[in-house]
Design a protein around this ligand. Structure first.
Ligand code: ADE
Length: 226
């Protein structure tokens, strides 16, 4: 999979992809992430990329031309399965969206900064808008990093033990059950007996029961049919 990210603050994206699973996925060729500095497509001597809002109001808006020029250049090199815009005013990312994106070939992600982008970009070029939660962060870069991480770890081969992605929280619309490691007793707290029993069918049942209890108590909304 190839993921191109267009950003007005590309420095914010330097670190998140250089560690652990996402770094390894790139090294092994499973994923390629390419970051594009919107400023390089800026207008005039000062490489302008933003301007004030029509109708007044605080905050700058990313202009159409630099973004369209960058998108068109990338589209002339390959075709994209989705052109995604990260924004708080969109449907919130969930595991099912991450699953469906993980089987795509090429994704192009546009990150907003300042107030966001001119609406006409969203109307004409964007095929999918994604929020990472009902709160506002400074720009879409960290949101894009969250999305890319959630997607890449699902590509077969990205995680050594493939089973581990399949048993993540949310994979069945359930939170994860409690997990434990050695020692079996610490400060008087014991690991549940069943996990030491070696009876794996029973352990699976126990985990499912605990996952369900936890979901019911913390995130009952996940148990409702969509
Ligand atoms: N940009 C700013 N806040 C965001 C959010 N919650 N999700 C996606 N992009 C954002």
């Amino acid at each position: 999979m190839r993921i191109d990210i267009i950003s007005a603050a590309p420095n914010l994206l330097e670190s998140p992809f250089n560690h652990s699973i996402i770094k390894r996925a790139q090294q092994s060729g499973i994923a390629k992430i390419v970051i594009h500095d919107l400023r390089e497509y800026g207008l005039g001597k000062y490489k302008q990329i933003d301007d004030t809002q029509f109708g007044g109001g605080a905050g700058m808006v990313l202009m159409m031309e630099p973004i369209v020029n960058c998108i068109k250049k990338l589209q002339s090199e390959r075709s994209y399965d989705e052109l995604i815009y990260m924004t708080p005013d969109a449907k919130v990312l969930n595991q099912s969206t991450a699953n469906s994106l993980s089987i795509k070939e090429n994704l192009l992600i546009l990150t907003g900064h300042y107030k966001g982008v001119d609406q006409r970009i969203r109307d004409k070029y964007i095929t999918k808008e994604i929020s990472i939660g009902d709160y506002v962060i400074t720009g879409g870069e960290l949101a894009a990093a969250v999305l890319v991480d959630a997607v890449i770890r699902l590509i077969p081969g990205a995680i050594g033990d493939e089973q581990s992605a399949l048993t993540d929280s949310f994979q069945d619309n359930l939170l994860s059950p409690p997990i434990y490691t050695r020692p079996a007793e610490f400060e008087g707290m014991k690991v549940p007996e069943i996990l030491l029993s070696g009876n794996f069918p029973k352990i699976d049942d126990w985990r499912m029961e605990k996952a369900f209890e936890r979901t019911k108590s913390i995130r009952p909304d996940l148990l409702k049919d969509e």
